[in-house]
Design a protein around this ligand. Structure first.
Ligand SMILES: Cc1ncc(C[n+]2csc(CCOP(=O)(O)OP(=O)(O)O)c2C)c(N)n1
Length: 523
């Protein structure tokens, strides 16, 4: 049965939901709305402290919420249009789930009384949402709106963090709903660590001579890096970060912690015969299963857990460093910029030039291996920066994550080091960056192919015929990156040599009024 929508003077459910979100600490919503979200769209102008950011594709919204949440540790909201809008955003919600990023994922739905008629946009939203969501609720009455919204935010933040999906049928958005007393923002988690695990690790360290630490999550904070560096200095242990960390600090004199290699053969060799101490990381598993190679990169009996993801791995490392009487870190050697002589743009030169150019406090969203690996290798020498990587392997996350990080951290310079094939999945991010005047510097590694797929074809022993080759080539026609950028309102530059890239980076750093795209034509 239809009931009267909220009159102009009463408060609609939509306003109540946004007020609840804002008072619980959510201040940004990455949105791509439709008819079933109209009351929420109207409510943005009635609620203080909630910024609505339009994304032209839902994968942009969900990836941006991921970048935002990784940087601030608290959720942004999304606003998506029924099952199909949610489905468009799922790949980046998958990456966010892997990164354990808090997100309040709001999905509008038909009026509850309209659902049974199976109108064209009706679908099983719950089945679509569940695999990416640690919490799911469809609002069952306007009276529940405030509490359901706050419950979703709390669920997204509960350690180790994740996606909470809140479905808002449009009738409950329209109906008057009770407001509740304003409450303080939902507190951020204050993680602890387990002393029992600490003593297990101490025992394991005594038992074996080769020790490897695998660091993830909070172990990759500044404090975690410094403590791990002390432990390595005291014990000779080898330090690795997860191959694709959600967020890691780097540079600025922090210890140079290598990533665990991507391919299983070198990763297995790195961990062989060692006790592998997991600090904020889970047991290392091969990215793909290859016939004849184990999925587990280290045998289960070689693992010792110091702290789980979501626990205070950084504090646990500090405590272990104290127990080991590890010396305080040495003062960092002065930073020596790389000298790169003029020549063609190789991935190694790109990595070094970007490392030289990063201002202190930069954020770098890295997607794609071609320049990603050489950059991370080089960037221990850079000023202090934060790296965000593709945690779940669903490509099309690098540009949206950079967008979200720029919204979250307006005082920090944001770079997207982006392979060309992956950039095309969520290229609409450029328009939102331009519209919001976000000074993101996009560096497109233009190799005009799906490089990793060519490598994988080689590994699988397949001699590619013409069709297989065409499935990995992007050169006919080549993307016109400058035209694409211009089409979305973003200025662009092309660099074909190392000198041209240095100049383009210098120019990019002078600009603060919006994004810039640099096409790096790789040799
Ligand atoms: C959503 C999704 N679709 C497809 C893939 C398969 N895939 C993995 S890497 C890749 C191509 C990457 O090419 P590019 O971004 O240009 O990086 P390069 O290896 O050339 O640096 C594809 C299609 C994926 N991982 N995720």
């Amino acid at each position: 049965m239809r009931t009267n929508p909220a009159s102009e003077t009463s408060t609609s459910g939509a306003v109540v939901a946004l007020q609840a979100a804002a008072s619980a600490g959510v201040s940004v919503c990455f949105a791509n709305p439709g008819t079933t979200e109209m009351p929420l769209v109207g409510a943005f102008d009635q609620v203080q402290g909630m910024r609505a950011v339009l994304g032209l594709f839902e994968g942009v919204c969900t990836g941006a919420a991921d970048g935002y949440g990784r940087m601030l540790g608290r959720p942004a909201a999304t606003l998506l249009h029924l099952g199909p809008g949610l489905a468009n955003g799922l790949a980046n919600l998958h990456n966010a789930r892997r990164a354990r990023t808090p997100i309040l994922n709001i999905v509008g739905d038909h009026a509850s009384w309209h659902l049974k008629y199976d109108a064209p946009l009706t679908s099983d939203i719950e089945s679509l949402a569940r695999p990416m969501s640690r919490w799911y609720r469809s609002v069952a009455a306007a009276d529940h709106l405030w509490q359901d919204t706050v419950d979703g935010i709390e669920a997204s933040l509960a350690a180790p963090g994740g996606v909470a999906t809140l479905v808002l049928p449009v009738d409950f958005q329209q109906l008057p709903a009770p407001q509740q007393i304003r409450r303080a923002p939902v507190p951020l988690p204050a993680p602890t660590f387990s002393e029992a695990r600490l003593s297990d690790v101490q025992q394991a360290l005594r038992a074996r001579s080769k020790v490897v630490f695998l660091l993830g999550d909070r172990a990759l904070s500044r404090r975690g890096h410094i403590a791990a560096g002390r432990i390595a200095a005291a014990t000779g242990a080898r330090l690795y970060s997860e191959t694709f960390p959600a967020r890691t600090e780097r540079g600025g004199g922090l210890p140079d912690i290598d990533r665990l290699p991507y391919f299983p053969e070198p990763a297995i060799a790195a961990l062989k015969d060692a006790v592998v101490v997991l600090a904020g990381a889970v047991a290392p598993i091969a990215y793909f299963g290859y016939e004849g190679l184990p999925s587990e990169l280290a045998p289960p009996e070689s693992l010792a857990t110091l702290a789980l993801p979501g626990e205070a791995a950084d504090l646990a490392l500090e405590r272990l460093a104290e127990l080991l009487d590890a010396p305080a870190p040495l003062a960092a050697a002065p930073r020596a910029p790389y000298s790169v002589s003029n020549g063609p743009l190789t991935p190694q030169a790109v990595g070094r030039l970007l490392s030289n150019a990063l201002p202190s406090g930069a954020i770098v969203s890295v997607e794609g291996g071609t320049c990603g690996y050489p950059f991370v290798t080089a960037s221990a020498q850079a000023e202090h920066h934060t790296i965000l990587t593709n945690t779940g392997g669903a490509i099309g996350q690098g540009l949206p994550v950079a967008l979200g990080a720029a919204v979250a951290c307006p005082d920090r310079r944001v770079f997207a080091l982006q392979s060309d094939g992956s950039a095309q999945y969520t290229i609409q991010s450029l328009w939102t960056m331009a519209r919001e005047r976000l000074p993101v510097v996009m560096l497109i590694a233009s190799n005009r192919r799906y490089g990793i797929l060519q490598t994988e074809l080689g590994r699988s022993g397949i001699e590619p015929g013409p069709q297989a080759q065409r499935l990995t080539l992007l050169d006919d026609p080549p993307f016109d990156w400058l035209a694409l950028a211009q089409g979305y309102g973003v200025p662009g530059l092309r660099a074909q040599s190392t000198d041209e890239l240095s100049q383009a980076l210098a120019h990019a750093l002078e600009r603060t009024d919006g994004p810039l795209l640099i096409e790096m034509r790789l040799a």
